[in-house]
Design a binder for this molecule. Structure first.
Ligand code: ARG
Length: 469
């Protein structure tokens, strides 16, 4: 262990057990926080100088030592340095490197600061950046789906929409795609709000839990980092990870629509259904069965979402078990939250790539759009429009389904004719094919081409709005 590895020791007679030190280290997961710690350390140096605790020469020396660490993080050499010491976390490693670069000035860096306010600030900066990335990712997926919806709308492609996995009613493929895009727009909005929330209050300057006796210029530090204001309760500031955990939630919940779409694509990609063909770039073969073309990426998205959700939940749960202020449990929470965010990030990026690589078999979809008597509700609606009450209409059409099914045929003109008799007319004004069925929809938000066109206009407008990246 190098002399600089530990940030404490004066009151101890012997060195810590290396195995326990290793057990307690979060350095591996922390390395991606290095950039944010350096920025927060730069802010602390400004707070020290602004308060008059350090001289101009020390200030200059610390700023340049931290600049050098930032460059070493960029070129990868800091990672090598960090692996040489038994560091508990990234904060100890950066402090040690600064002291190695300049031992005199380095000794001042931690004045008036605790790792407690340092970790909290670093994590807020990380959460804000990842929330901005999340907004961009979610908006980009929504735009990709909206783009596909736009071309499917032009083609008028239809399929049997399902509930309970059973054929239900014909819908436009554009309607399905636009419906798939909507939750990503909501996610993008949630991320954008979160990015602002994470930069609301700055924990730095809270020290361990009670604030500091040193006159820290917290306003200067907050301005340097882009926080709206310094936190107003040190105890709360060092023990709270709300923004980070909300960011983990936002990432994990953004995976949920991706998982659901994936589940549908997995089903559609089966040759038994044949609605979707997975491209060569994203399909996997089998090591034994030469004919296979498996939708592995979508399966991984589906299962990986559960892991991200579990990690986000674990972060909240462990923090619910501790009293106010900092406890080491928060290190575990940090690791869970980072795991959720980073997993969700790679998952959504893979999802977006794989999604671009699927092709719909429009003819096959259309061929099956009325299978399973998906026009039955349209026939019942036509009876209701003619004055038959809903329960009776349901029964009458149900009887036609049973009769047609018995003969193994789809609905035809004879069914319209038989139903029309209940209205005292010769034929029923009801669709007998899927395109006519979607055209007959009359409500806002329905699958009719005009409603989908309107919805898509609105979606695209919101996606190009200023609030989203
Ligand atoms: N390694 C800890 C973390 O990442 C920070 C240590 C905070 N303070 C302490 N006294 N143990 O959360």
């Amino acid at each position: 262990m190098s002399a600089h590895s530990l940030q404490w020791g004066g009151r101890f007679q012997s060195a810590p057990d290396p195995a326990l030190l290793a057990f307690g280290s979060s350095l591996g997961e922390d390395l991606l926080l290095a950039r944010f710690d350096v920025r927060s350390s730069q802010a602390h140096v400004r707070a020290l100088f602004g308060g008059g605790t350090i001289a101009a020469a020390t200030y200059e020396a610390l700023v340049s030592a931290l600049d050098r660490v930032a460059a070493e993080i960029e070129d990868g050499s800091f990672r090598a340095f960090a692996s040489t010491g038994a560091f508990e976390d990234i904060h100890g490693a950066i402090d040690a490197r600064v002291r190695e670069i300049d031992d005199d000035a380095g000794g001042w860096l931690h004045a008036g600061r605790s790792r407690n306010d340092q970790v909290a600030t670093t994590l807020a900066l990380y959460a804000a950046e990842r929330a901005r990335m999340g907004a961009a990712r979610a908006a980009s997926i929504a735009r990709a789906l909206a783009g596909r919806a736009r071309s499917a709308l032009g083609q008028g492609s239809v399929l049997a929409g399902t509930t309970h996995g059973q054929p239900a009613q014909p819908v436009l493929l554009a309607f399905w795609l636009q419906g798939a895009a909507e939750p990503f727009l909501r996610s993008a909005r949630r991320f954008a709000a979160l990015a602002r929330e994470a930069m609301d209050v700055m924990p730095l300057g809270s020290a361990a839990l009670a604030g500091s006796c040193l006159p820290l210029d917290r306003v200067a530090a907050a301005r340097y980092l882009g926080f709206a204001r310094p936190s107003r309760n040190a105890l709360d500031a060092v023990g709270t990870r709300d923004a980070l955990f909300a960011c983990a939630d936002a990432w994990a919940t953004c995976c949920v629509p991706a998982a659901r779409i994936s589940a549908e694509i997995v089903a559609w990609a089966s040759p038994l259904v044949g609605y979707v063909r997975i491209g060569d770039a994203s399909a996997s073969g089998s090591s034994l069965m030469p004919q296979k073309r498996n939708p592995d990426i979508f399966e991984l998205v589906r299962a990986g979402t559960q892991r991200a959700l579990a990690d986000a939940r674990a972060a909240w749960a462990a923090s619910a078990a501790i009293p106010l202020s900092y406890h080491r449990d928060l290190q575990e929470c940090k690791q869970s939250a980072i795991a959720a965010i980073e997993r969700a990030d790679s998952l959504l990026s893979a999802f977006e790539r794989a999604l671009a690589d699927i092709e719909f078999d429009l003819e096959n979809m259309e061929r099956h759009a009325t299978a399973g008597y998906t026009l039955a509700t349209d026939l019942a609606d036509a009876l209701v429009r003619g004055g038959v009450d809903a329960r009776r209409a349901h029964r009458l059409v149900g009887e036609r389904v049973a009769a047609a099914e018995e003969r193994g045929r789809p609905f035809d003109a004879s069914d319209l004719h038989a139903l029309a008799a209940h209205l005292g007319t010769t034929t029923l004004d009801a669709p007998l094919d899927a395109r006519a069925s979607v055209l007959a929809k009359a409500t806002e938000g329905s699958t009719s081409p005009s409603a989908v066109a309107l919805a898509l206009d609105m979606l695209e407008r919101e996606l190009s709005g200023e609030a989203l990246p």
